[in-house]
Design a protein around this ligand. Structure first.
Ligand code: HEC
Length: 186
């Protein structure tokens, strides 16, 4: 068969002929292809013009979302009670006792005097003595090993657990785990 092979220049002349059953043609580019090709360029130019001339940017969109989220969370904070709504409410304190006995005892002990976590019945508060500050300690957690509980308990149960802790007998001695607590409250 090797004797039948054409010379190299014959390959070139036969450029448009069928070889090995495969033909090469020189047809016009189909309309659909051109529409897609030039259409994409037009879209690209329009997009650039839109991007340059309108105020839109993905950064701006992100900043708007952050601002909206901040507005929502500060509204939520403003709506939060600053004082424990359940102080002295016997039914709520009973519910708070259950929460306390299930969760908080592990670290703060049943009488609240502290074990891993600090005493909750002494006058020393590392993160503030106000209801709002103590709510925040429980809801969001604190870096020294206090886990956040808002997702699991919701704010009602947190207020009730704190109301229960407030109902426990006070003890003036700084509790276990409270060596660095320097600010006694009036
Ligand atoms: C896994 C152990 C653990 C559990 C469970 C736990 N705490 Fe704590 N808690 C801590 C530790 C540790 C700290 C001290 C954090 C620090 O110093 O940063 C703390 C701090 C606090 C504080 C702030 C004290 C202060 O002096 O400012 C409050 C209030 C508190 N816990 C209440 C609760 C309540 C209510 C619960 C139950 C819902 C609870 N904790 C469950 C470990 C725990």
């Amino acid at each position: 068969m090797s004797g039948d092979r054409p010379e190299v220049d014959e390959y070139e002349r036969a450029d448009r002929a069928v070889r090995d059953g495969v033909g090469e043609e020189d047809n016009a580019i189909p309309l659909w292809f051109n529409i897609g090709f030039y259409g994409l360029m037009v879209v690209g130019v329009l997009y650039i013009l839109f991007y340059l001339l309108s105020d839109w940017s993905s950064l701006g969109e992100y900043e708007a979302q952050v601002a909206a989220a901040e507005a929502r969370s500060s509204a939520a904070r403003a709506a939060m009670p600053t004082e424990n709504p359940y102080r002295g409410d016997a039914t709520a304190i009973e519910e708070g006792r259950e929460v306390f006995a299930t969760i908080c005892v592990a670290c703060h002990l049943a009488d609240g005097r502290g074990l891993v976590g600090p005493s909750l019945v002494d006058p020393y508060w590392k993160y503030g003595a106000s209801d709002a500050e103590r709510f925040q300690s429980v809801a969001e957690g604190r870096p020294g090993g206090m886990p956040p509980w808002l997702a699991q308990l919701g704010s009602e149960k947190i207020w009730k657990a704190l109301a229960y802790a407030d109902s426990l007998p006070r003890s003036d001695a700084p509790g276990v785990g409270a060596p660095a607590y320097v600010a006694p409250t009036p």
